[in-house]
Ligand binder design. Structure first.
Ligand SMILES: [Fe+2]
Ligand SMILES: [Fe+2]
Length: 268
């Protein structure tokens, strides 16, 4: 019963307060985005949250044993399928491919605007070759970007309610709050420019799907898994950690410090 989320130790209010902070930080971020270069830098950092989201849901699918959690496993498989095989996006932006994940769609959007996909693809190769710990140590990415990815991976072995809450509250519940202001910001800065079509599609599609479909499904999933007070406590911890990580990440995106670091690293 989703009432647990609403009533349980005021978790709903606790989460709503943190989400409001995330929304406020997004508005501040949008005020820093003024040029094409700013949009490119934004995507070059934000893409790490797109990629690690794919990693996050892969882990959740694996950890939700259908025998033990039939309802949650079924709900998660639906969400996962849309994330990994986006038919609408594929038909528009990559009709030659059989499958198109949202991460791949985001890479298409980045290439469309001339953003550098090298840092993310290089990092993913490093993770595949050396594992996440080594990749984070060796990478020259800005520290806040690494911190965000580090937090995401830290949930993978956490108690299941904490992992699920990081997904529910740190991802599905905040999409509209973050992407709404970002779309306004993009429209102000790119009016009539066709080359932003994939990025706009990505943002708009997530607002529609996450808010209306995935969030209710994700809340039901969490509710079906959490049985004890300890489970809900773990969920609260996961929500807090994920939203704090998101807040810090948003604060760092195209901040003066991060841009300086990115520019320094781009020099040969
Ligand atoms: Fe997605
Ligand atoms: Fe979603």
């Amino acid at each position: 019963m989703t009432q647990n989320i609403i009533a349980g130790d005021n978790l709903a209010q606790f989460v709503a307060d943190k989400i409001e902070l995330v929304e406020g930080e997004t508005v501040k971020l949008c005020q820093r985005i003024k040029t094409l270069q700013d949009i490119k830098l934004f995507t070059q950092q934000h893409v790490f949250a797109v990629w690690d989201f794919k990693c996050l849901i892969e882990v959740i699918v694996k950890r939700l044993d259908p025998g033990k959690y039939p309802q949650a496993a079924s709900l998660m498989r639906n969400i996962y399928a849309e994330e990994v095989y986006d038919n609408i996006g594929r038909q528009v932006f990559s009709p030659d491919k059989d499958l198109l994940s949202h991460y791949e769609l985001y890479l298409i959007a980045m290439r469309q605007i001339g953003a550098d996909t090298g840092p993310i693809t290089g990092f993913v190769e490093l993770v595949e070759a050396r594992g996440i710990e080594q990749a984070l140590v060796k990478s020259t990415l800005p520290e806040p970007t690494k911190d965000f990815v580090r937090w995401t991976f830290s949930f993978f072995d956490a108690p299941l309610p904490r992992l699920l809450a990081a997904f529910v509250f740190g991802r599905e519940a905040i999409t509209a709050k973050m992407f709404g202001p970002l779309i306004c910001c993009l429209e102000e800065n790119t009016a009539g420019t066709e080359k932003y079509s994939a990025l706009k599609f990505y943002l708009e599609r997530h607002i529609a799907v996450d808010n209306d479909v995935h969030l209710p499904q994700a809340l039901s999933m969490l509710d079906s898994v959490c049985e004890t007070k300890e489970d809900w406590l773990q969920a609260r911890v996961g929500a807090y950690q994920a939203l704090l990580a998101r807040f810090n990440f948003l604060s760092s995106i195209i901040s003066a410090e991060t841009v300086h670091q990115l520019q320094t690293e781009e020099q040969p």
